[in-house]
Ligand binder design. Structure first.
Ligand SMILES: Nc1nc2c(ncn2[C@@H]2O[C@H](COP(=O)(O)OP(=O)(O)OP(=O)(O)O)[C@@H](O)[C@H]2O)c(=O)[nH]1
Length: 205
């Protein structure tokens, strides 16, 4: 039964297949290999997934309403862009399938609503995020100010230092005349860290 269902799953698309590690990230760099795990653990993994696989990673995308979170996810997952605004109600998610050195790997990408009235629903999904993507609109500087609060809220639900954090600026096409022709802009917010912003869901493809 299980194997007949497996045939219905479409193959992983070619650009999501990673068949080589970059040279600084070799399998030898792993602290533990499969054979280091106790036999019982290996058996349990085989039983639950059918095959040993990589753990699913959770990504949450947060930021003010209308900044382009859904558009960013749609560009990444479906390579499309919709000019019409349809507010996210609560949360939505996509699963993006990869294959890494022959092993299946899934990214679970949570798109959260930016509207204040949905904040308590959306924040229930922050927990366990391996990646937090904080999004702002390059054409609306207030949305950059608000990213600090969005990030704090998401971090509060997660263990310290357990998440990779990204800051992404969207809608670069709307401010392109004010910017240099460089495709990257560096921001130096009040904290000492700097963030690399390079996103325009509509025109940079
Ligand atoms: N010009 C331009 N418009 C964009 C870009 N990205 C998104 N938009 C538009 O901005 C509007 C809001 O985009 P969404 O992706 O729905 O925004 P959101 O952050 O998911 O909004 P909420 O669901 O309310 O939190 C839509 O009309 C998009 O078409 C971009 O890079 N350039």
């Amino acid at each position: 039964m299980k194997s007949s269902l497996m045939h219905l799953v479409p193959p992983v698309s070619r650009e999501r297949i990673i068949s080589q590690f970059p040279k600084w990230y070799t399998p030898e760099a792993c602290l533990q290999f499969k054979e280091h795990f106790h036999a019982q653990v290996r058996t349990a993994c085989q039983q639950s997934t059918g095959t040993a696989g990589l753990k699913i990673s959770k990504v949450v995308v947060v930021g003010d309403l209308h900044v382009g979170k859904t558009s960013l996810i749609n560009r990444f997952c479906k390579d499309n862009f919709d000019r019409d605004y349809k507010a996210t109600i609560g949360v939505d998610f996509e699963i993006e399938r990869f294959e890494i050195i022959g092993m299946p790997y899934n990214l679970q990408i949570w798109d959260t609503a930016g509207q204040e009235k949905f904040k308590c629903i959306a924040s229930a999904y922050y927990r366990g995020a391996e990646v937090i993507i904080t999004v702002f609109d390059l054409a609306d500087i207030q949305t950059l100010d608000h990213t600090k609060q969005w990030l704090e809220d998401a971090l509060r639900e997660n263990e310290p230092d357990s998440s990779f954090i990204f800051l992404v600026g969207t809608k670069k096409d709307l401010v392109v005349s004010k910017l240099s022709s460089d495709k990257e802009i560096r921001f130096f917010p009040s904290s000492s860290s700097d963030f690399l912003c390079k996103s325009c869901t509509m025109s940079l493809r």
